[in-house]
Design a protein around this ligand. Structure first.
Ligand SMILES: Nc1ncnc2c1ncn2[C@@H]1O[C@H](COP(=O)(O)OP(=O)(O)OP(=O)(O)O)[C@@H](O)[C@H]1O
Ligand SMILES: [Mg+2]
Length: 552
């Protein structure tokens, strides 16, 4: 420092953080960071700033937890309105700017990707863990000790969850327990007026495509379609595919039994050369010649379809009126502009091949469906094609109806949540009970551990136990009960009756026993919630230096 330090200090340069270097000629020079342009928080200040940011986000989510939780309305920059109760969706649409806030958004997203449900709970849990950590930090406990303690606590909880879990015995003929779990998931959503019907749809759609031997569910085979109109109660599941397109001509047959489907990705058009070209037409004769040539192509293409034995054409491209008329007069019902994804799905379901050239259209490449029909909704302009009775019946479509786009979108999200839960049960049939009962049970288990621990980590275990109680507290608060009174009642009852199934009776059914109320949650979902929340909290606790550009 002494050799490189100039005599005069130009401006207020922070020499403490400057670095002395030498160029190739041995001349000294000083490297200065752009120190003025960064804000810096260090040590406990950094921890507190991060925790505050995370708690703010978690507090927003708290009121959405549980069957009596509130929904949020989010208006985007271009005035799109979303009303939802789904944690991951709320956070995604909230456009959180803060770095730590963004971590919580990702937390909820990873719960959504892995499990599908529990996305609100995981954020509330992370917020509670951080809030407890803050008071430990104030007591002077080192963040790493807190992180270790939390890690130990979550291990104990994960093991305890397994001991209080029950295995569901379900068979394809008796799906009542799957239904109950899907029912619990749907309880907190706007669509809970039709909870029973939606739970049925979720269970049936997943079972229709599930591979029970491999314990796997391919969600690509489930299509969730929605259309505004009618009521939520008209939502239905079709064992097949729904195409949001009408027949290309209104006079075409509307019902085709034993459909043999040609799935085309080539347009009904004369072939176009791929190079630039001009066609000069000078005389009426040459025009007629060109016209006839075009006609020949159309006739040939339609004939090729007829020859293959197809009685329905699905085309990825459009065709003009000429071709449309020819198809109609040849009694070949057809659908144009079918999307690429749908084309693939239809090919899988009907066992057909996607044909890229008319010359390749052979009888064995046709797909088969027991019944294809065009259905009308509300006004004449709302027409769709339903393809049912496919040999590969594993593809299903859930067709959601609702009064407006917001409801339809939320219903789709909710059904997806419920489907994820059913999928999780197919993978692992163990469940724990909801209403905060398993959180209270884990909390009580941790209390036992606290008494045995003689290190400073006992404080972290105690803090984890307290944080777990936030879930039942929030559930009680959202239901309009006195949170602390309710919690102490449930806790006392759990200890007295040695029953880990007692939770907050949010819907006032008259019993705290969640087993009796059939409030089921998947074990893997609950465990994942605790693990993910702890993982994130550990990460935040390890940050002790925040450098941000000052204009941030
Ligand atoms: N009938 C019920 N009685 C008591 N508690 C219930 C009942 N139904 C659900 N719960 C509880 O509500 C909580 C789930 O609430 P909610 O579905 O709003 O949030 P989430 O599952 O964490 O997030 P999201 O569904 O938005 O992904 C769980 O703790 C569950 O045990
Ligand atoms: Mg839920």
């Amino acid at each position: 420092m002494s050799r490189g330090q100039p005599q005069v200090n130009p401006g207020n340069i922070d020499y403490e953080n400057a670095q002395l270097s030498f160029d190739e000629n041995g001349q000294p020079f000083i490297i200065l960071r752009e120190q003025d342009k960064t804000n810096r928080l260090k040590g406990i200040e950094a921890h507190k700033a991060n925790i505050l940011a995370a708690r703010t986000v978690a507090n927003i989510m708290r009121s959405s937890l549980g069957p009596t939780g509130m929904d949020k309305m989010l208006v985007s920059g271009d005035q799109d309105v979303t009303v939802t109760n789904d944690g991951a969706t709320i956070l995604e649409k909230m456009e959180v700017d803060h770095q730590i806030g963004k971590l919580l958004v990702e937390l909820s997203q990873s719960q959504d990707d892995e499990i599908g449900d529990g996305t609100t709970g995981v954020v509330v849990m992370a917020g509670a863990l951080l809030s407890e950590a803050e008071s430990l930090l104030t007591k002077g406990i080192h963040p790493i000790r807190i992180a270790h303690g939390y890690e130990k606590a979550v291990d104990i909880c994960a093991k305890h969850l397994e001991t209080i879990s029950d295995s569901l015995n379900w068979t394809p003929d008796d799906v009542s327990s799957l239904h109950s779990t899907a029912y619990t998931t749907l309880g907190s959503k706007i669509i809970n007026r039709y909870q029973d019907q939606m739970a049925d749809i979720a269970v049936n759609s997943v079972l229709a495509v599930a591979d029970l031997e491999r314990k796997d569910v391919n969600f690509d085979l489930i299509k969730l379609e929605g259309k505004v109109g009618a009521t939520l109660g008209d939502t239905m599941m079709v064992k097949g595919i729904i195409l949001d397109k009408p027949m290309s001509h209104p006079q075409m047959t509307k019902e085709i039994k034993d459909a043999k489907i040609a799935i085309l990705t080539c347009p009904f058009e004369p072939p176009k050369p791929k190079t630039k070209h001009n066609v000069d037409i000078n005389t009426a004769e040459s025009y007629m010649e060109l016209y006839e040539q075009e006609q020949k192509y159309f006739i040939q293409q339609v004939q090729q379809c007829k020859d293959s034995g197809a009685n329905l054409i699905l085309c990825q491209w459009g065709f003009d009126d000429e071709a449309n008329h020819l198809l109609l007069s040849n009694d070949l019902p057809s659908v144009r502009w079918v999307g690429g994804v749908e084309i693939e799905l239809i090919a899988i379901a009907t066992g057909g091949r996607i044909v890229p050239r008319f010359e390749e259209l052979l009888p064995e490449k046709l797909g088969y469906a027991g019944m294809v029909r065009e259905v009308e909704f509300g006004t004449m302009s709302d027409r769709m094609i339903v393809i049912e009775g496919c040999p590969n019946t594993r593809a299903v479509t859930v067709f959601v109806r609702g009064g407006n786009q917001m409801i339809v979108d939320e219903a789709k999200r909710s059904i997806h949540d419920a489907q994820c839960v059913v999928r999780n049960l197919i993978k692992d049939n163990r469940i724990v009970y909801g209403g905060g009962s398993c959180e209270i049970a884990c909390s009580l288990r941790l209390q036992e551990e606290v008494c045995k621990d003689n290190t400073v980590e006992q404080y972290a275990l105690q803090a984890f136990a307290d944080a777990l109680e936030t879930i039942p507290l929030a559930l009680a608060e959202n239901s309009g009960f006195s949170p602390v009174n309710t919690l102490s009642k449930v806790k006392a009852a759990q200890i007295a009756e040695k029953n880990a199934h007692l939770g907050v009776d949010c819907l006032q059914r008259g019993t705290m026993d969640m087993k009796e109320q059939r409030v089921f949650e998947t074990l893997i979902g609950k465990r994942q919630q605790m693990l993910l929340a702890t993982q994130l909290v550990r990460m935040i606790l390890k940050i002790d230096d925040i450098m941000t550009p000052s204009e941030y």
